[in-house]
Ligand binder design. Structure first.
Ligand SMILES: Cc1cc2nc3c(=O)[nH]c(=O)nc-3n(C[C@H](O)[C@H](O)[C@H](O)COP(=O)(O)OP(=O)(O)OC[C@H]3O[C@@H](n4cnc5c(N)ncnc54)[C@H](O)[C@@H]3O)c2cc1C
Length: 425
């Protein structure tokens, strides 16, 4: 971000009180909250629409995609950190209100099982947070599990320990649609574009404005800008010159298994499953049967990997890869077949997606300058918590300072030291 004096305004120039960059889970939630906190505030959200198909993906010359192009994201209260669990709890508590206001349903309360081993560090941390937050859970053993969900395998070990809670999953696409609809109804402008530059402009009266320049050649002026572009934040000139957020972009491992009609019926009460057993090197999550835009039902199984992206080109190439090259992860498919009895997989595939991570494991929500804020980096759970993150970010950017009851220190942005920054991140 450069600082310079801006003189002439073109016919396309528009002055907003707040410009939000990125119409994903965080940006769309921030837009709804900003228009609620201060009715009459002139707000816009700028972000590109999701490509409708592979051809449109190939034609996306801007190379900006997202982490939310999917139908299922786990929404749970069983998190390893209290602040994250609190963000998730508050987010979930407002889901039905948003669905009612917009007529868009996005949350399926199918239940969530954490299958593991009582001595597993993850299970122990989750139990600690559950106790602090008085989260309602049922504890099951292997027998209790097979009574409740007879289609789950008997091959689990005898010491299997199961936490069962009443959360479920969210369709990120529909959640965003609902948040943006609510924001629009409250006066927010939605702009389909990609932002290339954000620059600070000195006004003749000594005040500052932000100049937002887009791929389509538009210029928008705003008193403040909130950056919510997810892991793409380093791919455009959005931050002040020389500033790079300390984030890692990881390639998750994934497999989608297409189901037969028989299995869709048989698994109709399947919950979301998190399966973690360090002793047996098992670490994955499974979404129940979900209908995708092609009309077919799939179960998704995924896990984090240590594979990293290092440049915008690498990410764009990965998203544009031919679908036939996006094979399902065979090890994950094997785990799925182990867990669900007699599962018949009609076909399988993988997908392009990335998750953004911080060294603190928590998202960044911070003011970078008095007129520029950031709310980004979901650490693999940015949909689940996005509604309250939107509230937190909107309060911060509207008032220009930290304005939330959770402690600021947890969300403080960390920057990379210049010498460790790869050229294109
Ligand atoms: C395979 C996979 C599984 C996951 N599972 C879960 C889960 O179970 N539960 C969960 O809560 N989370 C999960 N996540 C993580 C979650 O999807 C992300 O944390 C979340 O999408 C982050 O939201 P965001 O708004 O910060 O970023 P994004 O979702 O990436 O949205 C950012 C938006 O900003 C736009 N944008 C970027 N750059 C610009 C620009 N220059 N100008 C304008 N617009 C721009 C993008 O196009 C995008 O629409 C998963 C992610 C993946 C990949």
């Amino acid at each position: 971000m450069r600082e310079f004096h801006f003189k002439a305004m073109t016919a396309n120039d528009m002055l907003y009180d707040l410009c939000i960059i990125g119409a994903g889970p965080m940006g769309s939630a921030a837009a709804r909250h900003a228009t609620l906190i201060e009715p009459g505030l002139k707000v816009c959200v700028i972000g590109p629409k999701e490509p409708k198909n592979y051809q449109e993906t190939l034609e996306c010359s801007h190379g900006i995609f997202s982490s939310h192009y999917d139908e299922g994201r786990i929404a749970t209260l069983l998190h390893q950190w209290q602040s994250r669990a609190e963000l998730a709890r508050r987010s979930q508590s407002r889901f039905s209100e948003i669905a009612q206001q917009t007529g868009i349903e996005f949350y399926e309360r199918v239940g969530h099982l954490v299958i593991g081993n009582q001595n597993d560090p993850y299970i122990q941390r989750v139990q600690k947070i559950m106790a602090c937050m008085k989260t309602q859970v049922e504890i099951l053993d292997k027998r209790g599990l097979s009574e409740k969900y007879p289609f789950l395998s008997q091959t689990l070990s005898e010491d299997t320990f199961i936490l069962s809670e009443s959360s479920g999953y969210v369709s990120p696409r529909r959640l965003i649609k609902a948040q943006l609809k609510a924001a629009r109804l409250q006066g927010c402008a939605l702009i389909d574009d990609v932002v290339d530059h954000v620059t600070e402009v000195n006004q003749s009266d000594g005040s500052k404005q932000m100049k937002v320049s887009t791929r389509k050649g538009q210029i928008y002026l705003a008193r403040k800008v909130l950056l919510a572009p997810g892991g793409f934040i380093g791919f455009r000139d959005l931050l002040p010159k020389g500033k790079k957020l300390d984030i890692k972009l990881m390639k998750p491992r994934l497999a989608f298994a297409e189901l037969t009609d028989r299995d869709v019926r048989r698994l109709s009460n399947m919950p979301v499953i998190t399966w973690k057993d360090k002793l047996r090197s098992i670490h994955c999550y499974i979404l129940p049967p979900i209908k995708y835009p092609d009309g077919k039902y799939y179960i998704k199984i995924g896990r984090r990997s240590e594979e990293e992206f290092h440049s915008a080109d690498e990410v764009a190439e990965y998203f544009k890869r031919d679908p036939s090259e996006k094979a399902a992860d065979s090890e994950l498919l094997g785990l799925l077949l182990k867990l669900i009895k007699d599962l018949e997989v009609v076909s399988s595939h993988g997908d392009s997606c990335f998750t953004a991570h911080t060294p603190t494991g928590r998202l960044y929500c911070d003011m970078i300058t008095p007129t520029l804020g950031v709310a980004a980096v979901g650490n693999g759970c940015g949909v689940d918590t996005s509604e309250e993150i939107g509230n937190m970010a909107a309060r911060m950017i509207v008032s220009g300072r930290w304005n939330h009851d959770l402690p600021y220190e947890k969300f403080k942005a960390k920057f990379k030291v210049e010498s460790s920054v790869p050229s294109s991140l």
